[in-house]
Design a protein around this ligand. Sequence first.
Ligand SMILES: [Mg+2]
Length: 279
Amino acid sequence: MKTVTRTLAIAAAIIAAVSCGPKKTSAEIELTKTAPAFTAGAHKKLVAMDLDATLTQHKTPLEDANREALDRLGEKYALLMVGGGGAERIHRQMNDYPIDVLGNYGMQEARVIDGEWKLIRSDVAPVDSAAIMEKCQHFRDKYGFTKYYGDPVEFHQSGMITFGLLGTKAPSEEKLAFDPDKSKRRAIYREVCEAFSDYSVFIGGSTSFDLAPKQYNKYDAIMRFAAQNGYAKDEIIFIGDDLEDGGNDSHVRLGGLDYIYVHDYHDFPQLIEPLLRAE
Ligand SMILES: [Mg+2]
């Protein structure tokens, strides 16, 4: 009986599942996936971009072809890397490529100053861990994610939180088989956003929801950088792979920045051609 109730709860959540931002139908989302939202001829000055699955494979070093593409792009535009991971990890993964980086969804900022890459800001946010644990447990009980390995929630030094539905120490095979199409997490995404209304919520990794304090997400991070450095919204274009609802680039799309959608990071040099040709 419990299983039936749980199944019904999940089904209801699937029906209710929409984004935390302005509501979009799946058809609209599908449309935005297929065509780059880049307006040809628009006068862009800043190219902001994601790293994992946009320029490289997840957590693997930047390859030569995309490094060269970045060089060409950098001759014409200011470049900004915007990641969900820490700025130093991003810098290492890019083999010390000299590029400004916003890490941890904007909690960290690193700039290239006189040719030297420097971390100039690293914010830490306070966390009410008891309240967070209680809310996570509510979702475990309601949807049956009660079996987990290690800790039920991971609290990072920055104040970011990983709510892994299988816990912090789940075997990788089990993790990979858990939710490969993200449907389990998409089904309850809106509800998780509502429960953690002080946070930006992302469907991350293979089993988790990643939480960053509300003001830290890629859209707000880029717009803060733009305000400080004199770029207007329409002078910015974003390149990323995870723009669907719940994706860690989704706030960029919902915030209304122009973007180029990357399906395969090998396509990066081709996808930036219109930018290289633009007047
Ligand atoms: Mg990505």
